[in-house]
Structure formats: structure tokens, C-alpha cells
Design a protein around this ligand. Sequence first.
Ligand code: FAD
Length: 690
Amino acid sequence: TQLDTLDIIVLSVILIATAAYFTKGKLWGVTKDPYANSFANTNGLKAGKTRNIIEKIEEAGKNCIIFYGSQTGTAEDYASRLAKEGKSRFGLETMVADLEDYDYDNLDQLPEDKVVFFVLATYGEGEPTDNAVDFYEFITGEDASFSESADPPLGTLKYVTFGLGNNTYEHYNSMVRNVDKALTKLGAHRIGDAGEGDDGAGTMEEDFLAWKEPMWAALAKKMGLEEREAQYEPIFGIVEREGLNKESHEVYLGEPNKMHLEGSARGPFNAHNPYIAPIVESREIFSVKDRNCLHMEVDISGSNLSYQTGDHIAIWPTNAGQEVDYFLDILGLTEKRDTVISVKALEPTAKVPFPTPTTYDAIARYHMEICAPISRQFVATLAAFAPDESSKAEMTKLGQDKDYFHEKVSKYHYNLAGLLRSVGGGQKWNNVPFSAFIEGLTKLQPRYYSISSSSAVQPKKISITAVVESQLIPGRADPFQGVATNYLLALKEKQNGEPNPKPFGLTYEICGPRNKYDGIHVPVHVRHSNFKLPSDPSKPIIMIGPGTGVAPFRGFVQERAKQAEDGETVGKTILFFGCRKRSEDFMYESEWEERKKALGDAFEMPIAFSRDGPKKVYVQHLLKERSKEINELLEKKAYVYVCGDAANMAREVNTMLAQIISEQRGIPEAKAEEIVKNMRASNQYQEDVW
Ligand code: FAD
């Protein structure tokens, strides 16, 4: 039979492809995807790279290192912004560096014409972020030993610091404060003030912007730098990959790393590598008007993950499809959403924050915080690419004027697409280099949840208790919807085949990239915490957890009930809970009764209802009512645990405890405050607040 033309073409393509496969492309001189980046190949682990920072800057021709200690991505983002600004405004040869990637014992050899920045977040109870633990221990340690034993050891080091903290926590910005102190003690010279940003007051971005101008002026003076007209230069190059489409097996459609792409995901599961966990149960523990509270059970038995009562689970969310659509639309990328692109760092020390080749759709859906608050500095950068003069003027004004920005943007919780749409009247912002978004938006972050089960009772099943974030905002048509909690809500609706799921939730890509999360799965990892029950169950405990703050205490009480059932002596277990109304949002009501059966009188649960009676009652009022008993328990070395709202509740509980101690023991308040402080220092008082 004769072959027709089409058959010949098809056969030739198969032959060529087969040859290419077996020769790994060598016939054509192509040995490697020229645009593939190292992230994809190493699963975020940095293989074979130097840990010697001096070697690194010499090799890359840098004179300014910007180290970051980051937990949720903000410090990393600020570090990148400083690097970019240092280069564009002052011609510094900057590089951003993860503290985890280098050794520090040769910082004393850094040539004098270089400068080091430390952008350091404080995490939890005054702790360093995970990636900064080693650095922190080294630099604040008594025996920090440097390669040259000069005196003082860091006499030639110039540095700049900015800290990210939250004033509602006891150890506000302690990371940057302690590092600054340690560096000074080692003889290093700080340039400008040690900046501090306050997330508690909601002024992080403004604190950062206000700090950096005088810092740059001081640095320019010290290093003799000339300021120049800043020109935007992209850090990432985008290349369209014509030979690939979204079906091509090497294209990332949202898979977090190469193992996931190839379907061979295995542990260790951690912040670089999530476990795609089945959700085995999901339900609502209350739902009133627009407030929903979810309870979910995540099965980790198929992984080597483990947890301990009091730990946190990280949920890796995806953005809602509706938001992805708005974002791509306003950038004029709707038609190209599935176009395959490679992203390459044009600057040798920059890292592409997601694996490629990928698509615009996957980047917006799985890798960028497209819904998050917008940085005012980023708005100023975007002004240059506005679709017309009036939008440009408006963006410039928003970038310069903090009050105006608040009035027009922050007040309405606008995200980037919302802002661009409103400023440009719906015109497409298709002049902005895509690199600007990779630089200006944070990487999509996992959200943490206090595990609400006990590992002694259900070691392979993690419970989550989460309130869905949805707020009506005056002056804004649609409610503001949180990313992760609405994703969880959508998963729950799908799992239970609910008849009227929320339209917003329906737009989430529940099944994940290439349907890999089908059957109701969610990517997770576990973060260990220091929020722990006393090892001796006979010790009394006082737990204070209104609202979702009750989450870890559900686990604590579950664990104590099991201990009682196992015949152990369990000490007094008091849980102060608070909610609006018994009939509305009293969580896990029947479960507490079950626990009471096991624990008997050892378990008590005073409840503050804020909207059930003529007076608003909060947990701290209940503490006050029981002053005598609380004081007696504290004298018996009861452990105190506080979980939930950091901004108000945790602080008020702290104040109330000091008051109780002062009154009951007849000592001055200052003395009582000191006692509370010491309780914290000795872990007798623990917080899990957010
Ligand atoms: P997001 O989209 O992240 O929004 C969160 C908030 O950010 C909004 O309320 C808003 O104030 C602000 N925001 C976001 N976008 C904008 C914008 N464009 N403009 C202005 N403001 C904006 N939650 C629980 O329900 N249960 C728990 O057990 C629990 N445990 C936690 C434990 C830890 C250690 C931490 C750190 C947090 C915990 N949280 C818990 C909170 C949880 O991690 C999430 O922050 C919460 O669920 C909201 O996530 P989301 O993605 O739905 O909202």
C-alpha cells in the first residue's frame, strides 16, 4: 500500500523523536534544555554550590550581600527589593542570599569595600526563622570563631539591618536586636539605624519605606556612592517555548518540584516539598450567616510525616480561578495563559521562585500571592508602564503618598488586579515586563494551622480547625475572601457533594495540576513547634483559647483524656473558651462533654459569651473572676497556654495574669509583671498566637 503524505510526516516525526530520545538529543548538539533552571532540577535543594560567601561574591563580582532570614516570604521579598534598589539607584553590585546557604566564619575576611545587609524576621516567641537558626546561634554564640583571629573579629565589617517583627509578641523584633548587638560586640560597624517593622500595628511596609531612605543616604555617604536616575531593569528573562505546550510532560503546571512533576514524590516532606495528603473527612462545625468554621482530617499515613500535639500543619493553597482570571485579564495575558514559558534569572545570583518551563496560568495560580496586599513601592515601579498618562500620574501619586494609598487601596483590601483595573479603567496593562510581577509579588505562601488533634490519640491523622476568611468591606461590592480558607471550604463542599457550593469556591482548581490532587487531596507539610504539654500529666494546666484559638487545646484535652483513660493521674485541666453565642459558634460542644467523662472534675471549661447577654464577656474577665484559684494553681506551677488572637486577646491575658498575681499576693504590679516574664522564660507560660 502506498503511504500518503500525512502518514509520512507522522512516521518521520516518530522516528526523529525516537532517535532524539535514545541519543538524549546529542545528534542535534542539544544536551540540555537551555532554559531549564536549577530549581527544577534539584527540587529546591542546592546541590554542589559553594557555601563560601567570599568566594561567591568574588566569582559573581558583587560588593553588597543582602542576607535574609525569612519565614513567610516578607523578609525575602524586602531583601530582593533592597537588592534591586541598591543596583538601580546606586550602582551597587547586589546579591540576595539565603542565610541557610552560607557559612559565616569568614565574614571577617570580607574586603572593606563591601557591605552586608541583614533583613531578619523574628518568628514566634522571639525565635529566628527556620533558615536563620544556624546563623543566629553562630553570631550570638559565645565562641563565634572566625578564620582570622583579629581583634575585634569583625572590625572591618560594614553592615545594615532591618527587622520584621510584631509588637503584640513579648519578644518584639528580638532577632534583629540580638543580631545587631552581637555584631556590634564583634566590632562590626552598622550603617544607618537598625530598622524595625511592626506587623502588629499593620505598618510593616510603611516602616520599611520610612527606614530605607535615610539608610541609603548614610550608605551612599559612607561608601561614596552616587545616586542616579533609577531605571527599571528586569531580573528575569521570559522565553516562550514554541516547541512545548501544556500537555508536554516536562512542563510544570503547578507541580512544586521535579519529583512531583514526574509522579515520584517522596519524603522528606517539608517547606520545599509538600505531601499531597488525602482529606479523609471535612465538615462544618458552625455556619452562621457568612461565617463558616471548618473541621478537617488530613491523613498522613501514606507519608513519613509525623507530628506531636501542639505542632502546626502547613497548607499549600492555590489561588481562586476567579482571581487568576482577573489577574491574567488585566495584564492582557488571557490568550496566552497556557503558553509555555521558561523563566531565566538574568542576574546570576537571583533565583527563579518556581520551576520552569511552565505557563502564565500555573504561575498565577500556584506560585504568586496575586491576592495579597500590594506594596506601595511596587505601585511606584508599575507607574512607568501605565497604559496612559493619567493612570501613570495616579500610580505615581499612590506610590508617593501613604495616606492617599491607604484611602484608595488598603482600605478596600484591593489586590493587584483590582487596583490596576480601577486605576486604568479596565485598560490592559500589557506593557509591564512579566519579570516585574515575579519581583514585585511574594511567592505564594503555605498557611499554618494549629493542629487540633492529639498525636497520642490519632498519630496519622491531623485535625484542622479553621475559620473561613470572608469580610464585607464598606464601599466594596464583593466580600474580601482569604486564599487558603476559601480553598479549604471549596474542598469541603466538593467532598460532601454539597448542592449549593459557593460560586467563588467553584473557580478553584480543586483537582490540582494534571488532576494530581483529585479525590480531595491537599498539599501539606508539618512544622514542629515548642507549644507543648508538660511531660508530667499530673501538672495542672490553664488553657486560654477563644475562637479558633481553641484548636490546639482540642488536641491537649484529647490527650489528657486518653492519659486519664490509661490510668494516669491527670492534673487540673482548665480551658477558658470564648465565642459569640452558645447557639452560634460554640465549637465542638458535644466533644467536650465526652472528654469530661474521662477527666471528671479535673476538667473545667469556663466559657465567655460576648453576645449572649447584656454584657460582653471575654476570657480575661473569666480569669479575673477566678483570681484566687488561678493564683493558687500558678503557685503549684501550673502551665499556662494562650492561643489565638495576638493583637488583643493574648496581650490582655498577659496583663490580667500580672494583675491577678499582684492582687492575690499583695505585691506591686511591676513585680508581678516580672514574675509573668519569668514564667515565659521558663516555658511555664506558652503562646501560640497569630
Ligand atoms: P489570606 O488571604 O492570607 O488573608 C489573611 C489576612 O491578610 C486578611 O484577613 C487580611 O487582613 C490580610 N489581607 C490579605 N489580602 C489582603 C489585601 N489584598 N488587602 C488587605 N489585606 C489583605 N487560623 C485558623 O483558622 N485556625 C488555626 O488553627 C490557625 N492557626 C495558626 C497558627 C499559626 C502559627 C499561624 C501563623 C496562623 C494560624 N492561623 C490559624 C491563621 C491562618 O494561617 C491563616 O492566616 C488564615 O486562615 C487566613 O488565611 P487565608 O489564606 O484564608 O487568608
